[in-house]
Write a protein that binds this ligand. Sequence first.
Ligand code: 5AD
Ligand code: SF4
Length: 436
Amino acid sequence: MNAYDATRMADVLAPEGYDETTDIAQADLVVLNTCHIRERAAEKVFSELGKVRELKEERAKNGQEMKIAVAGCVAQAEGAEIIRRQKAVDLVVGPQSYHRLPEMLRTLEAGARIETDFPIEDKFDHLAPPKPEKVASRGISSFLTIQEGCDKFCTFCVVPYTRGAETSRPISKIMDEARHLVASGVRELTLLGQNVNAFHGLDENGHSVSLAALTARLAEIPGLLRLRYMTSHPNDMQDDLIEAHASQPALMPFLHLPVQSGSDRILQAMNRKHTAQQYVDLIARVRSVRPDIALSSDFIVGFPDETEEDFQATLNLIKNINFGSSYFFKYSIRPGTPGAEMEHQIPEDVKSERLRRLQELADGMRYAYNETAVGQVMPVLFEKKGRYPGQIAGKTPYLQAVQVDGPDSIIGCIADVLITETRTNSLMGSLVGEIP
Ligand code: 5AD
Ligand code: SF4
């Protein structure tokens, strides 16, 4: 979502005369968009700010200005601290108030400004739509935020505090944004939300619309080929969404459904409100309607009081479900969350060792999963030029990266590819059949 927010910040600043640059030394304004989810991400902000300050001083020597803004969830959670520790920062803006950036910049006087309220107005109503050329320059696959915030309060997580209460955008606003993106060349949308399957946006008649029903409406937009969504909570996986994976061709057979742990004791301490068996049963239901669906998850190792036995339960769950890909994190203490106050915090070396074992297991499983693709013909949506001249890169329905030799004209199109080989981070293949 930070990637999406960054594009929207660029959009809101474009009418003010700002354009993006790839050379930070040229920037009149640097917006550092930050993440607070783990300690390491938050700490990085201060070292990055030190580097930006040096550039600001360089420019000042030449009589040029560089304003520094800090945005995102670190700004939200530690705005005052940022201003105190780094005097070069001009302003701080939270994830729910970045539509106010133009006004803040215009009225910026000596001294820093902080804007981390959760304003009454909806930021999306104040964001200028990007120009079609801008959308096109960002590629044929786009993010679209449909839901923000979270009311789940998992005991390790800062999101409910930094992103605020769970809210869904109205259907008409989402449809307008989607139509604009597709008219500008976008062919795939990934619908975003911290808890996206809890989506319940209101339609024109004030009726609540589920994520499954929203995908049906979006799928009718001519030119939109593929839909994806993330991230979901197991307890919000409604029947109609599961059913949509069988009946809605635009909805891709890929589900990122974080489980965090395979131990019931730890799941309970995390306030996840489901057991490992309930998760296994849920996956069985999803697979019963869509046997080929690719599954992915997030896991935390070293949550307070996690024993070797709890960890083994996580390894077992991973073997049992056979995820195509997964993300693993060492538990990171986040101030203000219940987890930070828990006893029996796990030593760093134990966390590292468990992380390594998980990674090893998952790497092997991911490789085996990708190997099953070899010899298959898959519809690949091509996104951009590949790594080497003549190569074009795309994605399978299962979100695997694929490289083929082919003409630029296939970018934005779906073409059949025979998968020939697995590499570390992608599949290799060749175009077969009709080339669009
Ligand atoms: N420590 C480690 N990982 C975390 N995540 C969220 N909070 C923490 C934390 N305090 C992970 C979860 C979540 C993903 C986005 O980040 O696995 O699903
Ligand atoms: Fe954080 Fe996700 Fe739990 Fe919400 S459901 S508190 S975003 S981990």
